[in-house]
Design a protein around this ligand. Structure first.
Ligand code: ASP
Length: 326
């Protein structure tokens, strides 16, 4: 009798364990020429701490049974509120000293998506992107139209001076003074933010938020708010958020291409991400990276630059936070 009970409870607990759906989350804080030699211990510690705060908050949402969309917005909002990253508060300046912000989000279950570009007063552009998805029949709103929509929807707006940080102003002045646009351009875009999550219901979501590229021409829009380029999610394959030289990421349709290669070519997530980021983009001359998750909670963090700020909590619950090629 006792042996039977023991066996029955063992079988039940194994069945229970097998049924527990995997949850996972991965975030990035931008890719680029991030060199250990140019990093101070203090800055590195600050960045790691903020990545940890963001990913743990997103993971908590998933653990509590929340949706991948909520996990993604929660994680991104924390990075947007930090001056350390090129999104929200820490956004770079364009060539005429303004901060124009872009963001997008996609729901892998329904393939619904929302995005905003060129907004100047939105404290958390990821929230506005999500509201475009849920409260409008559109996918992408830009500039004044997006700002007015935000007002109607009660999305928090701030004075544009909120985004004026000393550090970004010095960066712009340095780039402009040097007038070596091409060379400087490469160093000017890292620290965009993004997140991809898988929830208990098996739904993937991905989001990206950025100030774009420093010293960009006003009105320039990169890949981050373009569904398929900077952000993509489809429960049939994967979720992706990208960071890098946006013009190349748009032309290579990076995020969609990774998911499509999984779905139609049967590549693994890692293989598909490596094919696009380390092969196709490199051949084109486009630098940057991606974070991605597939429907089984497999994580990929692939980049062709010296570094990418990134963190993941995979299906096994282990936290990793990394910056360089290690
Ligand atoms: N991809 C972004 C853009 O081109 C920049 C970045 O990822 O840092 O706007």
């Amino acid at each position: 009798m006792f042996r039977w009970l023991l066996l029955a409870s063992l079988v039940m607990s194994t069945a229970g364990a097998a049924e527990t759906p995997p949850i996972a989350i991965v975030i990035h804080g931008g890719a680029g020429t991030i060199l250990k030699s140019e990093m101070t211990a203090e800055k590195e510690a600050d960045i790691r701490a903020k990545l940890e705060q963001s990913i743990k908050a997103g993971h908590q949402v998933l653990q509590d049974g929340g949706s991948s969309l909520d996990a993604v917005t929660t994680a991104i909002r924390i990075l947007e509120d930090s001056p350390l990253f090129n999104a929200g508060k820490g956004a770079v300046f364009n060539a005429i000293g303004q901060n124009e912000l872009d963001a997008s989000i996609m729901d892998g279950e329904t393939l619904n998506a929302g995005a905003v570009a060129g907004v100047k007063t939105i404290k958390n552009p990821i929230d506005l992107a999500r509201t475009v998805m849920t409260h409008s029949p559109h996918v992408l709103l830009v500039g004044d139209g997006a700002e007015e929509f935000a007002k109607n929807q009660g999305i928090e707006q701030v004075d544009p001076r909120y985004f004026h940080t000393e550090r970004r102003l010095r960066q712009l002045q340095k780039i402009q003074a040097k007038e070596k646009l091409r060379a400087e351009y490469r160093d000017s875009w890292f620290s965009t933010v993004g997140a991809v999550a898988l929830d208990k219901a098996g739904n993937l979501a991905a989001g990206t938020s950025t100030g774009g590229t420093a010293n960009k021409r006003w009105g320039r829009v990169g890949d981050s708010p373009i569904i398929g380029a900077g952000t993509y999610a489809n429960n049939q394959s994967c979720g992706v958020s990208a960071t890098g030289h946006g013009e190349y990421f748009i032309r290579a349709v990076v995020a969609y291409s990774i998911c499509a290669r999984m779905q139609f070519e049967n590549l693994s997530l890692q293989q598909a991400a490596a094919r696009v980021v380390k092969q196709e983009l490199v051949e084109m001359g486009g630098s940057g990276g991606v974070i991605a998750l597939d429907k089984d909670g497999e994580v990929a963090m692939v980049f062709n630059t010296p570094g990418m700020y990134r963190a993941a909590i995979g299906r096994d619950g282990t936290l990793q936070i990394k910056i360089y090629q290690d």
